[in-house]
Design a protein around this ligand. Sequence first.
Ligand code: 8Y4
Length: 283
Amino acid sequence: MQLLCGTRRLDVSRPVVMGILNTTPDSFSDGGNYYRDNRLALDLAVQKGAQMLAEGAQVIDVGGESTRPGAKPVSEQEELDRVVPVVEILVRELGAIVSIDTSTASVIRESAAVGAGIINDVRALQREGALAAAAASGLPVCLMHMQGEPGNMQERPAYHDVVVEVKDFLLARVDACCVAGISAERIILDPGFGFGKTLEHNLTLLARLAEVQALGYPVLAGLSRKSMLAALLKRDVHERLPGSLALALAAAERGAAIIRVHDVAATVDALSVMAAINQIKNN
Ligand code: 8Y4
């Protein structure tokens, strides 16, 4: 299966790695003042993107808004300032397929104008104007499930059947996309690990990910370093690589097409080993 990402094709017949590139100030500026350190931040972001491509990432996911509970909201102009220059350079200088992690219509429009290849929206294009902006871009869209909003999503998440509810939500958003003129060949689905889910909800979604994949759309799985590993292993965020690799392989085995990760080189290695095993007949 192939996704047409602007001028670039992305083959998702085998799982591919999406590298995470954060442009929030705490990630890429020394003193936390993005504007003062802007050029340094831009340089560091592009350098990090180049490194992930060299390590085998096929997509770079550029985001300028933190969805962490308690993170302070980013204004539209701030998000544009952080994200658009990075997208532009990654596309123009490195020829990267860039996915743009945003829920904001203007960020969708301006990123598409500088060559973004995929729209990745944790709010599944539910914000004002986002659906129309995505439709006008002609780009593939990743629709993610979230229960609640970033600020409150981890306060007692509850489901009758988490897999059924996630699938129902995603299919309703697929319908909304089709009505807005986004065709089925441009849709990627994502159960939204960690977004309004307990450890048990996350494990259930992962164990039954094949049911999401059976809807017939490429599935994106974002599990890297997430708090389910804190709950399972009691590991600090920078001690979660082994757990993240186990989650990435479990998702790939259940049909995930795109694996969103921080640690590109290690994940590419793990997926290569898995692919070699799966090449053998009778497995
Ligand atoms: C440590 C590091 C702990 C990162 C938590 C996190 C997804 C996503 C995010 C996802 C798609 C995150 C933008 C959350 N997660 N987009 N975005 N799917 N499509 N948390 O799962 O990485 S941000």
